[in-house]
Design a protein around this ligand. Structure first.
Ligand code: ADP
Ligand code: MG
Length: 225
């Protein structure tokens, strides 16, 4: 099957002159539909930068990023907006919620912008992430881990081709971490969502189809770097 996400020879430099940081260094990555790939590695090694390039939030300095057949590095700003809404799910470390909205409205919101007929029910997704009892709460009433769980439900409601998740279990206890990554694996395997998850949490890696490691901006097999 064709890859859902393809990064080819991606290099990303931050800053300039003596201050240049090579956040990504000749990274290659292919993720197939239905695959859950974990990326581990030390802080500052480039994991969030990789998600930003894959999610069309950052253009790489060189190399290319493709979503299916679409070249993200060649797409217009207008096309990228549509792609982010309809084909990509992005779960930030912070949850990135809208301050004024309840949990349930956060999950409903993407349906107002993209396709409304995705067949996913916002309340069911909120239940799947264990947040139905806080459906009427606003972000300032939620913990960091709870915000991120709402962010996961919101990312899934549009049925994205590719889901990018940054540290989903960092603020969760052991059992909840298993539940959330189990849900990501289920969504990947049952619905074909190509998922890239950055994590520090080695206890959840058994849910993943592949584990890669990032060191100093370079991506390779886990344990080989
Ligand atoms: P990780 O998510 O693995 O902790 P990041 O991708 O956030 O790593 O960062 C990789 C490197 O790029 C780090 O050295 C970081 O300081 C640097 N970096 C990240 N974002 C920026 C930015 N916007 N400007 C300058 N340097 C950045
Ligand atoms: Mg990070």
């Amino acid at each position: 099957m064709n890859a859902a996400l393809t990064l080819t020879d991606v290099t990303l430099l931050h800053g300039d002159g003596d201050e240049t940081v090579r956040a990504l260094d000749e990274v290659d990555l292919e993720v197939r539909p239905g695959e859950l790939v974990a990326i581990v590695g030390p802080s500052g090694s480039g994991k969030s930068s990789l998600l930003a390039v894959a999610g069309a939030l950052t253009k790489p300095t060189s190399g290319s990023a493709r979503l299916g057949e679409t070249d993200l590095t060649a797409a217009s700003a207008r096309e990228l907006t549509r792609i982010r809404r309809e084909r990509l799910g992005f779960v930030f470390q912070s949850g990135n919620l809208v301050p004024a909205l309840t949990s349930l409205d956060q999950v409903r919101l993407p349906l107002a912008f993209g396709r409304a007929d995705t067949g996913r029910d916002p309340l069911e997704l909120l239940t799947a992430v264990g947040m139905e009892h806080k459906a009427r709460r606003r972000p300032h009433e939620l913990s960091g881990g709870e915000r991120q769980r709402v962010g996961i439900a919101r990312a899934l409601v549009t049925r994205p081709d590719v889901l990018l998740v940054d540290e989903p279990t960092a603020a969760l206890d052991r059992q909840r971490s298993q539940d959330i990554v189990g849900l990501l694996a289920h969504e990947a395997h049952e619905r074909g969502v190509a998922t890239v998850m950055v994590t520090h949490d080695h206890d959840v890696l058994h849910h993943c189809d592949r584990v890669l490691e990032m060191v100093d901006g370079r991506l390779g097999p886990h344990g080989m770097m």
